[in-house]
Design a protein around this ligand. Structure first.
Ligand code: ZN
Ligand code: ZN
Length: 443
């Protein structure tokens, strides 16, 4: 509903009062609630409409939603979706002005809500800062106002925030992406090419103001993991020149930046991210090495390059992870017949069995519906598993498509909203994810 006419609004309000009294609390859905009317008035942006509405009704929901999105209190909603005028008018109300630093909803503060929105952002940010918005306040998905500004590549806003942060506060870790640099890299994944001026200007600004490229936290754990995942070699090289950045930091799942480079299929990056401690033999918390990971995701060129070295090929070809899965088991998860054939030519065993289900590579291929499963048949196969349907969602750990059962983290943690595991990675949930998080299964 759009409420722009004062006369129409007054008529509606009078009608609503009448219907409310006669309906005794069970209103038809077509009648807007006071909060719905308030939302429309804020979006419409006419102060007179807000004035009338609030003059008649006092009772609004404490938390305002927009569809499924928990936006926050009324000032958060105006910052995110309203006009500058409606935000100013609301702030002038005595019971609303105090919400300027209230942390609630998916954006945390009104300042973050304004930055994530796209309506007169600079003006709104200036107003909120003038009204005493605290730039170091933590909360919401983006975690901090600086993370929100860097993720959105809003450089003027980022400068205004950095001017107000003292040196000790520029490295606050909070929210989905943790640090400001991880926020830039995670939120702008498709733009991380050498020529993307906005991204590089933001990175240079942050580094010049003392923001650390080596911070740990957030979904990818480090900026280097985020860059490796984003297939961004130029960014990886840039980060490796920054103070204290290490190739050898592991994320919660024990994955090195090197592992993400292998999973994304970028050989030059695999070489760049290798070190004395990050090697082709290095394992994550599930005991998987680069060959398991590259084979599972069908990265033929990586598998080929890894096996060029005779010693590495000898050590890795039948190496097992903590579940007894070999690179051939993992290759049967991907749809790459070429990798299966390459591994077999290089001596991969068709008879290795997994620990949990005693699966041969053949069984993994059948379960994942691969048409090359017959090539892997051996004598005395005990039973065939049923073919599992693809869930069209990817595992947050092995990054493979999930088949059969999907395990979804139900915690309200900032980065668990979309944290899903396949049946195999879920067996290790307590060692690769927060121990107190509960999962639900979806078939
Ligand atoms: Zn997985
Ligand atoms: Zn979780």
């Amino acid at each position: 509903m759009t409420v722009c006419s004062l006369a129409v609004l007054k008529a509606l309000l009078a009608h609503f009062e009448k219907v409310t009294k006669s309906a005794k609390g069970s209103l038809p859905k077509c009648i807007p609630t006071p909060t719905e009317a308030l939302r429309s008035a804020i979006r419409c942006g006419k102060v007179a409409t807000l004035d009338t509405l609030i003059g008649i009704w006092k009772e609004f929901d404490d938390i305002i939603y927009d569809g499924q999105e928990e936006v926050g209190a009324v000032l958060h909603y105006a910052a995110r979706y309203g006009s500058v005028d409606s935000m100013k008018w609301l702030w002038a109300q005595p019971n609303i002005a105090t919400d300027v630093n209230k942390v609630v909803g998916c954006y945390g503060t009104p300042l973050q809500a304004a930055i994530v929105g796209n309506i007169d952002v600079d003006v709104k940010v200036t107003c909120l800062l003038t009204w005493g918005a605290d730039v170091s306040r933590k909360g919401g998905l983006t975690g901090t106002a600086l993370n929100a500004a860097t993720a959105q590549l809003k450089i003027r806003v980022a400068k205004a925030i950095l001017e107000r942060l003292n040196k000790g506060n520029v490295n606050i870790i909070a929210g989905q992406w943790g640090s400001p640099i991880e926020a830039v890299l995670s939120a702008n994944e498709p733009n991380l090419s050498e020529g993307d001026v906005e991204t590089w200007d933001m990175m240079d600004l942050l580094i010049s103001k003392g923001v650390s490229a080596a911070s740990q936290g957030g979904f990818w754990h480090t900026a280097l993991h985020a860059a490796a995942n984003a297939h961004a070699l130029c960014t990886v090289k840039y980060l490796l020149k920054q103070k204290h950045v290490s190739k050898d930091e592991r994320d919660l799942m024990g994955r090195l930046p090197l592992h993400l480079a292998a999973m994304r299929g970028h050989w030059e990056m695999v070489q760049e991210l290798s070190s004395g401690n990050s090697t082709f033999l290095s394992e994550d918390h599930q005991g998987r090495n680069v060959l398991h990971m590259a084979a599972g995701l069908g990265r033929l060129s990586i598998v080929d390059k890894l096996l060029e070295n005779v010693q590495i090929a000898y050590e890795l070809i039948n190496s097992t992870d903590n579940d007894g899965w070999t690179p051939l088991h993992w290759a049967c998860h991907s749809a790459s017949k070429e990798i299966v054939e390459l591994l077999l030519r290089r001596g991969a065993s068709k008879t290795a069995r997994t620990i949990n289900k005693s699966w041969l590579p053949f069984h993994v291929a059948v379960y994942h519906g691969q048409d090359f499963s017959d090539d892997l048949k051996v004598n005395a196969v005990p039973h065939n598993p049923d073919e599992a349907p693809p869930m069209l969602i990817y595992c947050s750990c092995c990054l493979c498509m999930i088949f059969g059962t999907l395990y979804k983290c139900m915690a309200k943690h900032v980065y668990c909203g979309d944290f899903n595991l396949c049946f195999k990675c879920y067996r290790h949930a307590s060692t690769i994810h927060f121990r107190d998080h509960r999962f639900s299964s979806v078939e």
